[in-house]
Design a protein. Structure first.
Length: 749
């Protein structure tokens, strides 16, 4: 089952993904003494300065491609200055002057870039503080209570000031204290870390996009690489808890899930899958006597399996394959530990061939890479362990398991980490303040294209008894997040099995809603790949000149057509929670109230525990799945919700779901146009292996009056084919299985 809905602005790449080339086109490069400038787009200029005139032309951690179409620009030398002008920027450089990141009185005399923002001139110079930066993300939410992590957010690519700077200078510190490096050479096909050609060089990318935030992100992924699509199953429900489960207990959980008809796709084995210790590589067979059998059983029940790793302590002498690995590394027999040194090509080759590959042969689908120890390498000064582990583990899967989309579950390692989905946000506390900040945190991460944060739904650590209401509100928020995963620590009493709660029916509804929305969610993954715009994005992407879009931090767009304003406060004495929501200009369909409302205003409403405040963009077409228990099968019927209030269209996106063939044009799209009281489903375009030949639809015209009649392809339908739901003001039309090559036109009359 591999579906999605694509907005009409989506760019398709039928010709396939182009290879990266870090060497810019010569026509884009202007050298002036010890300075070099590369015009990458009309709004983006690379600025380099090296006292040794050594300019980096290899890929670096954040930037892997500079071979773009050369934009039109002029260069001129006059009165000792170099001028470079594009349609958006004017760069002025005093030839021979040193370029330094430190602000000084002479900074505006040596290098400036000017641009227009909303009709006024903005002047940038080295060292100028970007006080209006809209931030990016941070490595982890470990210890998050409320918004105490706000000050840790790194700067992002977008700013209300209209400009930002990507600093790839070798001595600039990233958020975790690490630095960027170059890529040079390979080990087993993986691009390998290399020292910069000049550690003291300046290497900046000036981005002067004004408030064209989506365009800025789109151009960023041209130089930094795309956000790959994760496998479809990753978007389903994960069960996870830090607890020493036995094989019988794991199977009991799955049987309970099936008995309660709970959709689920991923089972996590947290760190107690292995023998005692923080780091471990060997199965604890007192708890899991037959690992292969247990994983096979999980697979037979439709679940993928991930194992947690804390690799920093290396491999001890009581681990499987220790002797073989020690010998591979040429260490003496007296050594009791093979130290973790992933920057060493020899260690990577032997460690993965001996240990990682052995566990993957046992059926492990992907790794949860939970790096929590020293942030930078003991062996390469400044090399970030988090980034490097992400790079190596992700690409190892890409190269060694080509029949599957590569995937790791990991922490943010700085710019460039978006190329290695997906993110594990860490150990937050179960408080309403923590929940209230996570919508802002998740949407803001899109400002660095890190679009797949997965949170511990329900919180990781809690005090007191399990609170059914806060768990419900967290799960309701989780429906509209990139990754839908429950989790908690192993403290006694913390419960994450939703069927153990008194409000289980409401918790179950959140899981069902998540699966219903899967076609829409899958679209957003494709859109992120094509455009750089992540599924959870701030309101200011769409309404950059509306001040409210910056102020209402706890609401966000979920894809192109759904605005989400989750309840993040406890209910009052009446069992309802108050919520103030700002609706941008235009018309919106209030799903809770089943009505079209006018935007460009704030509304205040109270929400019962079963209600989630979310709004469809008027005129949108939202494709849903019918009820299903996992994502392993493709439904033969889809539900198409036609939203009133305007005309619109979308496009249904489909592909195989767990291969990289989508990068080479193997996918299909089906345009669906909504005009007045008519929906037209056009013939499918494209192809992929296993695509359905025909499909049935249930079309729902929501918020509609009862029509006099309904016609499909000009033929009036009997009442057995359609009905009117008076309570929900909805027209339901059943369209029987029809070849996907045919047009379907549904009219309300």
């Amino acid at each position: 089952m591999l579906l999605g809905v694509i907005g009409c602005t989506m760019t398709m790449w039928a010709a396939g993904e182009q290879p990266n080339n870090p060497v810019a086109s010569p026509g884009a490069v202007v050298t002036a003494g010890k300075a070099r400038f590369t015009v990458l787009t009309p709004e983006m200029i690379r600025i380099q300065y090296s006292e040794r005139s050594l300019f980096e032309d290899r890929a670096t951690f954040a930037v892997v491609n500079r071979r773009l179409t050369v934009p039109q620009f002029t260069r001129e030398e006059k009165d000792g200055y170099l001028y470079i002008k594009t349609s958006a920027l004017t760069l002025k450089y005093k030839i021979g002057e040193r370029i330094s990141p430190t602000a000084s009185k002479s900074a505006t005399q040596s290098l400036t870039i000017s641009m227009l923002l909303n009709g006024r001139t903005v002047l940038w110079f080295p060292g100028k503080e970007d006080e209006l930066n809209l931030k990016g993300t941070t490595r982890t939410l470990d210890g998050q209570i409320g918004d105490n992590k706000r000050q840790e957010l790194e700067k992002g690519l977008l700013s209300r000031a209209g400009w930002s700077v990507i600093d790839e200078s070798p001595r600039t510190r990233r958020g975790d204290g690490s630095t960027t490096f170059a890529f040079d050479g390979q080990q087993d096909g993986i691009e390998w870390v290399a020292e910069p050609v000049d550690k003291d060089a300046v290497d900046w990318y000036f981005m002067g996009y004004g408030h064209q935030y989506k365009k800025a992100l789109g151009d960023y992924i041209k130089i930094a690489g795309r956000q790959p699509m994760p496998p479809l199953y990753v978007l389903g429900y994960w069960y996870s808890k830090y607890q020493r489960y036995t094989s019988d207990e794991f199977m009991e959980i799955v049987n309970d899930v099936k008995r309660n008809q709970i959709p689920m796709d991923v089972m996590i084995f947290d760190m107690d899958w292995h023998t005692q210790g923080w780091t471990g590589w060997t199965w604890d067979r007192t708890a899991i006597p037959d690992p292969e059998g247990l994983i096979d059983w999980m697979h037979n029940n439709g679940l993928k399996v991930s194992l947690n790793l804390h690799p920093a302590d290396g491999v001890d002498d009581d681990e499987d394959f220790f002797t073989e690995l020690r010998n591979d590394m040429g260490l003496p027999e007296s050594e009791k530990v093979v130290p973790w040194n992933l920057s060493d090509k020899k260690f990577y080759h032997n460690m993965f061939n001996r240990i990682i590959r052995a566990r993957e042969r046992q059926g492990v689908d992907f790794w949860w890479l939970d790096w929590q120890q020293n942030l930078t390498s003991k062996y390469v000064d400044g090399l970030g362990e988090t980034f490097w582990c992400n790079h190596v583990f992700y690409n190892d899967m890409r190269l060694n398991r080509p029949d599957h989309r590569p995937l790791i579950f990991h922490r943010w390692g700085g710019l460039g980490s978006h190329r290695y989905p997906i993110g594990f946000s860490g150990d937050s506390f179960t408080t309403y303040g923590t929940l209230a900040w996570q919508p802002y945190f998740t949407a803001t991460a899109s400002n660095v294209c890190f679009g797949y944060w997965g949170h511990d739904l329900g919180g990781h650590q809690q005090t007191g008894d399990n609170d059914p209401e806060i768990y419900l509100r967290w799960m309701q928020y989780g429906v509209f997040t990139p990754i839908f995963r429950t989790h908690a620590t192993n403290w006694p009493g913390i419960e994450r099995r939703i069927w153990k709660y008194d409000n289980f029916p409401l918790l179950l509804e959140t899981v069902k809603l998540r699966y219903a929305l899967m076609p829409y969610i899958y679209n957003a993954c494709r859109q992120a790949y094509d455009t750089g715009v992540s599924i959870c994005r701030p309101l200011y992407y769409e309404w950059p000149e509306q001040n409210e879009s910056y102020l209402y931090e706890d609401e966000y767009m979920f894809g192109d057509d759904i605005l989400v304003a989750p309840v993040v406060k406890p209910s009052g004495a009446d069992g309802k929670a108050m919520r103030k929501t700002w609706l941008p200009e235009g018309r919106w369909f209030d799903v809770c109230r089943n009505r079209v409302v006018e935007g460009n205003r704030a509304i205040t409403d109270s929400y019962a525990q079963q209600e989630i405040p979310y709004f469809y963009r008027a005129g949108s077409v939202i494709v849903n799945n019918p009820p299903m228990l996992n994502l392993n099968t493709r439904p033969d019927r889809l539900i198409v919700k036609v939203v009133p209030g305007a005309d619109g269209q979308t496009s249904l996106y489909e592909d195989e779901g767990d291969s990289e063939a989508y990068k080479n044009g193997e996918y299909t799209t089906t345009v669906m146009k909504h005009q007045g009281s008519t929906l037209t489903i056009e013939p499918r375009q494209g192809s992929f292996k296993g695509m359905p030949e025909q499909r049935a639809y249930t079309v729902e015209f929501i918020g509609s009056e009862r029509p006099k009649s309904v016609a499909i392809n000009g033929n009036e339908c009997s009442n057995g084919v359609w009905n009117y739901d008076e309570q929900h003001q909805m027209v339901n039309i059943y369209v029987p299985a029809t070849p996907c090559s045919k047009t379907i036109k549904i009219e309300l009359k």
